[in-house]
Design a protein around this ligand. Sequence first.
Ligand code: SF4
Length: 63
Amino acid sequence: MKLLLDSTRCQGYGLCQEQAPDLVELDEWGYAEVITLVVAPAAEESARACADSCPNAALRVEK
Ligand code: SF4
């Protein structure tokens, strides 16, 4: 699974990072950056929660 970010949609709410601090970090302005593009099997549930948490649909998972 991959966790993909469309940074043009990110508004810096930070909810994704709260859901998955191991997968996403926030830059100095609060915008998301994906730490791990390829998600380990054990972190897939966390990646889905992370993507679902974004109010702007900036994150998605892809098999
Ligand atoms: S929740 Fe969405 S809009 Fe907010 S920082 Fe994360 S990717 Fe960006």
